[in-house]
Design a protein around this ligand. Sequence first.
Ligand code: PMP
Ligand code: GLN
Length: 378
Amino acid sequence: MISKLPELTTTIFTVMSKMAQEHGAINLSQGFPDFNSDPILISLVERAMREGYNQYAPMPGDLRLRAQIAAKLNRSYGSNYSEETDITITAGATQAIFTVIAATIRKGDEVIVFSPAYDCYEPAVSLFEGVSRQIQLRPPYYSPDWKEVVSCVSSKTKMIIINSPHNPSGMLFSKEDMEELQRISVEHELLVISDEVYEHIIFNGNTHYSAARFPELAERTFITASFGKTFHNTGWKIGYCAAPKALMKEFRKVHQYNVFSVNHPIQKALATYMDDPQTYEGLAAFYQQKRDFFLDLISGSRFKFVPSRGTYFQLLDYSEISSEGDVAFAEWLTKEKGLASIPTSVFNANGEDFQQIRLCFAKKEETLEQAAAILNSI
Ligand code: PMP
Ligand code: GLN
């Protein structure tokens, strides 16, 4: 068989988690919590199962859950999403992103992607014979250069993909960034994917500038989100896509034959759980405490860092410790020192290496203490 994706190898998250397991290393590589989801939410799932919600959910998702999401978006961002026509529940943000691309990208369409980019965007674009145009963001702040974006736009440009709070850098798009994005996408009639899976994990009182806050931008944007990040259950693989009716109509045409619908009892449980906004509004303070705890512990180490502004990831610059490439350094750190991380160059289309590794701090304090002891010993 001739491969449709001949260049593609196994995702770094699988590679590093497997390496961590094989070498008994502390796993701060793949992004997931090492503590449990709220027992109340788990009981609600059990209750939904006992109540018999064990057959197919409605194709776009449970209506009450969609109403919770629309209300949350509209309350937080002053938008006007309708649960009937504008929200679809998906098997995580990954499926939402894939479905958007499947529904919109044709052969030769160009898609602007900012590197370092979360690794599921590009393969989906390639699979539908689109062409990714990568724009490199750089340390320490990974801010976009909108002039460079404009110079990348051609008559073939169909879409631009953004992700703020940004994985892996932990940086944020500002209000001005979003206004520039709005101006450019309106002028050039571009579609937008705004990957907002970390919308609630944002530090130091910063604001999340969701695409939903900018009416002309929201009109052309698919927002993708993940409950796994928000409610500490990445293994449940539930998320959603929000987009205006005309875009969502196309999304659902693919969704219905891709998965049709997703886990019903979990949707029922989330619909009830979200009655209390504190379940997600408390997340920023929860993770800021973890970030600060971890960064305090390693403040005397030889690693340099700019504190993460959002997400549950922290980049560490090891350039004063080693001149090795980040893939080799991450492998050494896992195998020789017992701490797994993610080398960030793998998210750069051109492989550019800033000698930075990414660590996930969604962990218990004891895990963070053990990891910090290793980092401090280097
Ligand atoms: N986008 C980004 C930026 C991510 O970090 C992740 C991982 N959670 C996803 C999308 C995929 O989310 P999910 O696990 O819900 O598919
Ligand atoms: N989003 C998670 C991360 O960035 C990983 C998700 C996955 O393993 N596919 O680490």
